[in-house]
Design a protein. Structure first.
Length: 298
């Protein structure tokens, strides 16, 4: 099943101001929720309409600077989200691949507390549209998807607020995913993404472009069950710009890993659970996240 991502209004740190001390990308957040994907991310199902649900809870109480040291600040951010994803696998073919489109509409609840001051927001975050995805089945075990996602600034945003559930800029994300599936053996998945961020017109701030990979590795230990590890690798590859000038020494970096498990009933329904801990973080919050991803086909 190809369920790639959902610009969750930067689920973990959506629009978070985070202070200039840890400001890799504007506010230290991203328009994509890192580590959202797990097993089966690169395998498209047969033609049809597939509603999926993601749910997550992210929490962080440390900010890391450019050296990876903790910034001495009383800080905590908690983000919860329920995210429906609607996937339409058409019967058409293009360049040998299954033509697919998708829509992601995140429902986000965000709380930010800094130095005794707090703010919370909830509502619809930044919507993601899969303009085009092409799915390939190279063998019964090996599958891949190439796609282009567009993130729209639909989430509520105010440049003077501590917490925002929207990023207030557009982004384009080309991506490529691969899944190796063996119900009684090794399973491996990765989704490589490049975030091309546009300028926030309210602040004249342009977040740098970001490269990141969601990954999973597991083993089929029983009928319909796979257990293993998963997480993400993240690196900001260009500097931020404020009023057209590069912001120095602020590029973000992070790595996350944790246990994951999947149950698949063999008839198209599956549920996945994952917990991941962030580490080796630079210029961003460092925390942990719990994920649930589920599909129950009609």
């Amino acid at each position: 099943m190809k369920i790639r991502k959902f610009g969750l209004a930067a689920c973990a740190m959506a629009g978070l101001f985070v202070s200039q001390a840890a400001n890799a990308t504007e506010g230290g957040g991203s328009i994509y929720p890192m580590g959202a994907e797990s097993f089966l991310t690169g395998a498209l199902p047969p033609p049809g309409f597939y509603p999926l649900i993601y749910a997550t809870r992210y929490s962080a109480d440390e900010l890391k600077n450019n050296n990876g040291d903790t910034i001495p600040l009383d800080f905590k951010v908690t983000a919860k989200a329920v995210v429906p994803r609607f996937v339409w696998v058409t019967g058409a073919k293009l360049l040998g691949g299954q033509v697919t489109h998708a829509l992601i509409v995140p429902l986000v609840d965000l709380d930010v507390n800094v130095a005794g001051n707090g703010q919370g927001k909830s509502g619809i975050g930044d919507i993601t549209v899969t303009a085009l995805a092409l799915g390939y089945h190279h063998s019964p075990s090996l599958h891949s998807v190439a796609a282009l996602d567009i993130m729209a600034p639909t989430g509520r945003y105010n440049k003077t607020d501590m917490a925002n559930i929207g990023r207030n800029y557009w982004a384009v994300q080309p991506l490529y995913t691969v899944s190796y599936i063996d119900p009684a053996g090794w399973n491996a998945d990765f989704k490589a993404m490049l975030d091309l961020n546009f300028k926030n017109s309210d602040t004249d701030y342009k977040s740098g472009n970001e490269f990141h990979v969601d990954y999973s590795l597991g083993y089929g230990f029983a009928s319909n069950w796979v257990a293993g590890v998963g997480g993400y690798v993240y690196k900001q590859i260009t500097s931020d710009e404020l009023h057209g000038v590069d912001v120095p020494n602020n590029r973000g970096r992070a790595f996350a890993i944790g246990p994951s498990i999947k149950y698949d009933n063999g008839k198209g329904m599956f549920v996945m659970l994952k917990w991941q801990k962030e580490m080796n973080v630079r210029n961003r919050p460092e925390g942990h996240a719990f994920w649930i991803k589920a599909l129950y086909p009609f």
